[in-house]
Write a protein that binds this ligand. Structure first.
Ligand code: ATP
Ligand code: MN
Length: 437
């Protein structure tokens, strides 16, 4: 079961520089008062929108100071790149839990607070509110899997450590495992964190993933065996081996030659405003609707959106891929200003590339509820059609704030997902295309 999030105010004592395209600052350093003065309480690097980043940064700069206002000294990695400020600002943050060292895990910024004096900010004891009592004991990502280098920082922006990633995956496994079970999985591993070398592993070779299931040799002859993750143990085994992302095939191992879905991956020119992305998703859904196909949308956790169309397991890979291609080409033909069906950055200047290529046998797409190996550790998250227009970005949810969404979610955003739809002659006709011979 999901943990409840804790929430309280913290004193802001410093910040780190932004990375990538972000402006303002990267993360805020947090502190609370104990009997002797201010002590370090962790950092928060997510939950800010553009406006907040700018506004808070403008408040921070006049408060710059050379030395730390903390009474305790930080470790080298905690202090790296920190700009100290006078401890005058207070911000409200929500977070998963306090560590034994007294720092917050998976913190996400809520708002600045001008109504609470700095001196009153302490490490609050979580009240035994009803919801907290109901929450189960925080699941240590033990589960019989030993996580080595638990405090290795996987993502410098959020400061997330390997153990925290394991804890996150353990807490999300009920949501994620249904999307992994029965399918070949490929692992994006980054053993030294997202800034280190990355490996995309499709087969069980060289290094063994603890508890992972190996699939039948015949599924991919001439290679080591394909893998499947069907338990929390295997999921954590994968994290132990440096996995951050999980990508699955569009077919299940028992009927590997007949896909049970296809995916239209909407890949924007990075210069396009998010609004164009949302319009593109709506247009894609309406084309699918006219074809008589129900589709389901998730954030990619990267730049775009994934439109998933469940299928009955009937047609083979060639047919399904050709059909996905026909849709992409139809849309590019109808709306050439907005869409292209041709890959390559040159072809999608000012446009959205409808990537249908991941529907070939052996190709994969990141699984719903997989973390992405990108700064801030965003997550690929299913959304309902009603939520689509309110979506703020492909990285709206991260390991730091996904629980907030899930704990308040009323309905399954993908309610009605069923593998009943078949590609018909009529659909091919509407697209002006032919099924392959
Ligand atoms: P975005 O929204 O940023 O486009 P995305 O998930 O749609 O995110 P990518 O992260 O670029 O797109 O992933 C591209 C696809 O290529 C994924 O479906 C993945 O399965 C596959 N892939 C990624 N890395 C490799 C690799 N090294 N070798 C083979 N396939 C890979
Ligand atoms: Mn994409």
């Amino acid at each position: 079961k999901l943990k409840c999030r804790l929430r309280q105010e913290f004193v802001i004592v410093g910040y780190t520089r932004p990375q990538g395209s972000r402006t303002g600052f990267g993360a805020l350093l947090l502190a609370v008062n104990d009997d002797n003065g201010l002590v370090y309480a962790g950092r928060v690097g997510t939950g800010f929108d553009q406006h907040a980043l700018k506004a808070i940064y403008a408040q921070l700069t006049p408060l710059a100071r050379k030395t730390s206002p903390l009474q305790n000294s930080l470790t080298n990695s905690q202090a790296r790149g920190v700009h100290w400020v006078e401890p005058e600002l207070v911000g409200e943050v929500n977070f998963a839990e306090w560590t034994r060292e007294g720092v917050v895990r998976q913190a996400s910024f809520v708002a600045m607070r001008s109504d609470k004096p700095v001196a009153q900010i302490i490490h609050e004891q979580p009240r035994a509110a009803k919801s907290l009592k109901q929450a189960s004991v925080p699941k240590k990502a033990g589960n019989g899997v030993n996580i080595t280098h638990p405090d290795r920082v996987i993502d410098p922006r959020s400061g997330t450590q390997k153990q925290q990633l394991a804890d996150f995956y353990a807490s999300i496994s009920e949501w994620l495992l249904p999307f992994l079970r029965h399918r070949p999985v490929s692992l994006l591993r980054a053993p030294d964190g997202i800034e280190g070398e990355q490996f995309f592993q499709k087969h069980a070779e060289r290094l063994a993933i603890p508890h992972i299931k190996q699939l039948d040799q015949n599924l991919d002859p001439g290679h080591a065996r394909l893998m499947e993750i069907d338990t929390t143990k295997a999921l954590l085994g994968a994290v132990q081996m440096g996995t951050i992302e999980l990508h699955t095939w569009g077919a299940t191992a028992d009927k590997i030659e007949t896909p049970d879905r296809f995916v239209l991956d909407l890949d924007p020119d990075p210069a396009l405003p998010w609004k164009s992305m949302l319009e593109a998703a709506q247009l894609t859904l309406s084309v699918l609707d006219e074809l008589g196909l129900e589709a389901f949308v998730k954030t990619s956790g990267g730049k775009g959106l994934h439109v998933v169309i469940p299928l009955a397991r009937r047609d083979g890979w060639e047919t399904v891929k050709a059909f996905a291609k026909a849709i992409a080409q139809f849309m590019a033909q109808q709306l050439p200003e907005r869409f292209t069906a041709t890959s390559g950055p040159k072809n999608r200047i000012g446009k959205i590339f409808i990537d249908y290529l991941r529907n070939a046998r052996g190709a994969s797409t990141v699984a719903a509820y997989s973390v992405r190996a990108r700064p801030g550790l965003p997550v690929s998250v299913p959304v309902s059609k009603d939520e689509l227009n309110g979506l703020r970005g492909a990285q709206q949810w991260t390991v730091a704030n996904l629980h907030e969404r899930l704990s308040t979610l009323k309905d399954d955003p993908w309610a009605g997902y069923a593998n009943r739809q078949k590609i018909s002659k009529k659909m091919w006709g509407k697209l002006g295309a032919q099924p392959p011979q």
